[in-house]
Design a protein around this ligand. Sequence first.
Ligand code: COA
Ligand code: AMP
Length: 721
Amino acid sequence: MLRYRPSVSLLRQLHRHRFDRVPKMPARGRALLTSSGVIKGATVSKLFEKNTVCGRVTDGRTSTLTPPAHNSLTLAYPFLHFSSTANCNKMEPWTQAIDDICWQQRPSAVLGQRDLQANPYLWFPDGKLNTCYNSVDRHALTSPNTVAIHWHSAATQSKLSVTYADLLTRVKDVAGMLADYGVKKGDTVVIYMPMILEAVYSMLACARLGAVHSVVFGGFAPKELAKRIEDCKPKVILSASCGIEPKRVIEYKPLLDEALRISQHSVPIRVIYQRPGQAQAKLDYQSGDRNFDQEIERIQHESKAFQQCVTVDSSDPLYLLYTSGTTGRPKGVVRSNGGHAVALRWSMDYIFGLQKGDTIFTASDIGWVVGHTYIVYGPLLAGLTTVLYEGKPVGTPDASVFWKICTEYNVKAMFAAPTAIRAIRREDPEGKFAHRQDLSNLRALFLAGERSDPVTIHWCQQLLGSSKQVIDCWWLTETGQPVTSTCLGKNAQLFSIKPGSAGKPVPGANVCVLDDDGAPQDNPNTFGNLVIKLPMVPAAFTTLWNNEQGYCDSYFKRFPGYFDTGDAGMIDEEGYVHVMSRTDDLINVAGHRLSTGSIEEILLSNTSVVETCVVPIPDNLKGHVPLALVVTSGKVSNNIKQDLVKAVRNDLGAIACLDKVVVVARLPKTRSGKVLRRCIRDMTAGNPVNVPATIEDATVLTDIKAALQKEGLIPQTKAKL
Ligand code: COA
Ligand code: AMP
């Protein structure tokens, strides 16, 4: 229904008027406002009608088009350009979603620009807000008795439910404690904690102060923790006495002490939460150790709870989260406040179809992006109830635990890694545990972190029945939100699920396939590099901590104008995205992203190892596990393999799950010296091995094949050379 069709001159005026605010507008965008008034199929009048274009237009003739004041955002050039790329509604969610966030100052645009050629876009520029206010305070005002978090610890057999009013009190206390140590806006704080409530209070307390938290996964060894401490230089570290793994208790304090001993950066204050009834940490108060509970008591006693929320800019960092790159140096992904808040709040409704009163259970760890996004910030920004689960999918005590949680807390949406589901299936193939529970409120199971194989999807679907959706969604630490998914919100475009694909791009994500030379592969089902055409989704990272050059080089240099996801796959004729493999040296073990480069670095630190190459090999449970080929020299210990396995556990962490080490005489290389990892990967996956013409000596592959066959690492297929 078109109510108004602006004239060409009016369009030109509008164009000039708005875009004057964006100095660095690429020239090609200007051509998009054509004399026909049509933006690739979507008339401008239609866009106005939907309030998707709304500006502070002062010209007499255009003023009738200005939307209500509460919605008067100036849309900068990229909006129009982007609207035209595929679907004019793509930007619509953001103009509406922006109103679901409380701003101290409303952004001047949905999308603006910044002075960074590689990725010149900035979401919600000039907005001012506080993410803690949006996640806690405002819900404590309107629904104080709603449960914000159900903490369910299978590891310690304890439970606690925290209302929004309780949460606000706790967060104010922790923020008061941090402020008392001098933590202020822009300072960094490391959180190295297991899945306990204090970890969530700590994250939100940082957000309250405008400080930047960096949560480090508890499974990382001291050296990895030290790298993160050195890079982000925290003023304070918050930790706990222990984490509880099924086979052992992990005492955090000795790990933290060791990390600080290695690190060049010293941290004056370390606050340790002593877990009741569990291992207690030895604290050295003189050197700066503090007891979390005692400090909170002191803050309460001294009335130092931090009452206000510090206003930050939309583009100010909320958190950094280190993730594996292709080298041993982790990358500090920086998440800014504005885009994150809008996108996550929106996603709870649009992607998950959840409303106030609903509960989401995300079975991840707060040390990973999924934990940040869908255990903590997403649900809380939307005023929902979230489950914080400490335990495993199996063995704590058995494969029934996920389904029991769904029943006990009336969970409407569940989120897990395919590995977790495979573990449950292995223990309970007929799904007897699930059938014994009342899952009537469960609407959908979301899977991410690694590819969901169709067998796993079908098993879940059969188990849960056709009334529930089993949804694979694809995203990365860098994007901070799903890039593809089936969306369940009432305004979402519904389409059926296709097992093996990760769904279709969510609004705002323009996913494309490029060949290695950067040429678009528009023919359906053409395999290539999966990229996102800029601008990226609103929650996406804005830079790498202390490493803007690395940000530009790693993600935007190879394919200018696109974000290189590092994944390979294809888009089929119906627009479904199939994510098949990594194009780089990252490995995904049980949904944990690790760098083969960092494993190689550890192996090379053994003086007997002269060369090594680590590749992912398929694993029925964990998706992939690492295989290390090593070339040794000199006097080699009889225990070389065990030594190397131990070194990786000590230096990276047990989560690397390296237990396959094969000693070989040589590695396959090209004449320029590049190790042919892909050939080994293909061999171990049972795929035909494509031997490049540039190989230095093809007989090396024959020797390696024999060595791998001896170890039972080549599947019983025809892996032909
Ligand atoms: N702190 C310390 N150590 C940890 C840890 C943590 N937070 N998490 C894992 N580890 C250790 C384990 O204790 C284990 O050590 P071990 O070799 O000495 O036994 C090792 O790391 C490997 O652990 P894990 O990957 O949990 O393997 P598992 O064989 O013990 O359990 C599964 C198998 C399937 C149950 C488990 O891998 C799992 O729950 N996977 C899902 C993970 C997930 O949700 N990923 C998504 C993140 S978005
Ligand atoms: P992380 O940054 O730890 O979340 O890991 C991101 C990587 O995990 C992606 O680049 C993919 O390789 C992989 N991944 C995540 N979700 C999916 C999915 N649904 N399908 C395939 N791969 C996925």
